[in-house]
Write a protein of this length. Structure first.
Length: 313
């Protein structure tokens, strides 16, 4: 297996600018109503539908049952009715289901619960900002649909103006999410800093974004390091935080976000084909533009591409 190291400073510098300006320009236009009048739809593709293996056992006949973990917009959140899930992941799920000629059953789940639910057949797929890793590929198949971009955000008037490498967070109190790639990156940066004689990072964990935002604003934490999309939205809407650095979710490698399906279920190739048809038709691009995530688009979906390596491999 070969994974390629890409020059993050140049590539992600461009992404940084695109994400920053796109978020500010479009955040006020986000529609969080349950009706979603601007929602993008797709027609059934006979080719994509025919790619579904005859051995697929759907959780619910005639439906694509997709689990997602509602958090913050623009990825997935509850609409103003407090029960309808809206956002990029919800809309990508709908487009894939429609392309495959199926109805969508979108199931909100806690992040920690999706692996067991998917493996047991409770869901057909998971679309919830899941990064492709070699460890996850042992149990699940993947169809990529977005770049994995993480962001460092600080209080709007913070003296921290740039975070590009491990030494930039030495001695800082940084919020991240447990059991995620961003946590792995932050802990590796901390290990490198300590080995170099720099101050350790104080890693903090909170149950929700509101608690994280409060910690930043109250001065209990210096920065938050999590998926850029959600933090960019919060910064643009509330104006209380600012972006000071971005990192590939696979640092020092690049990483991709993907639709997860059960290993060998016979659904992954059909999902990949559906995504590629959506890319070709422009529907995929319309969804990302609608939710201000154009900078995280991919040119082609792949089934089970090289994922992030296992720890210590």
């Amino acid at each position: 297996m070969t994974l390629y190291r890409k020059p993050l400073s140049l590539a992600f510098g461009a992404v940084l600018s695109a994400i920053t300006f796109a978020s500010v320009a479009h955040a006020a236009e986000f529609d969080l109503s349950p009706e979603q009048p601007g929602r993008i739809h797709a027609q059934k593709s006979d080719k994509a539908a025919a790619a579904i293996s005859t051995n697929v056992k759907f959780a619910k006949e005639g439906y694509l049952t997709v689990a997602t973990s509602p958090g913050d917009p623009p990825l997935a959140t509850y609409a103003t009715d407090a029960k309808t899930v809206v956002g990029t992941d919800a809309e990508i799920a709908l487009l894939i289901a429609e392309t495959l000629g199926l109805k969508l059953d979108l199931v909100p789940v806690a992040w920690a619960d999706w692996p067991l639910g998917l493996a047991s057949g409770k869901y057909d797929a998971v679309i919830s900002n899941v990064t492709v890793t070699e460890e996850r590929k042992e149990k699940f198949d993947f169809s990529t649909y977005r770049q994995d971009v993480l962001g460092f955000y600080v209080k709007a008037d913070s003296n921290v103006t740039s975070i590009k490498e491990p030494k930039d967070v030495a001695g800082l109190r940084v919020i991240t999410s447990a059991g995620t790639n961003q946590e792995k990156i932050l802990l590796e940066w901390d290990r490198e800093n300590v080995a170099a004689g720099l101050k350790p990072i104080e890693v903090q964990y909170y149950d929700d974004s509101a608690a994280s935002q409060l910690a930043i604003q109250s001065g209990r934490a210096d920065a938050e390091f999590n998926p850029n999309a959600t933090l960019a939205y919060a910064a643009a809407v509330k104006g209380k935080t600012k972006l000071v650095g971005i990192v590939s979710g696979g640092w020092p490698l690049t990483a991709e976000i993907a639709v997860a399906t059960r290993k060998g279920s016979g659904l992954a190739d059909a999902v990949t084909l559906a995504i590629n048809e959506l890319i070709a038709s422009g529907k995929y691009g319309e969804v990302l533009k609608r939710w201000s995530l154009t900078a995280e688009a991919i040119d082609q979906s792949r089934t089970n591409p090289p994922g992030l390596p296992k720890p210590n491999s």
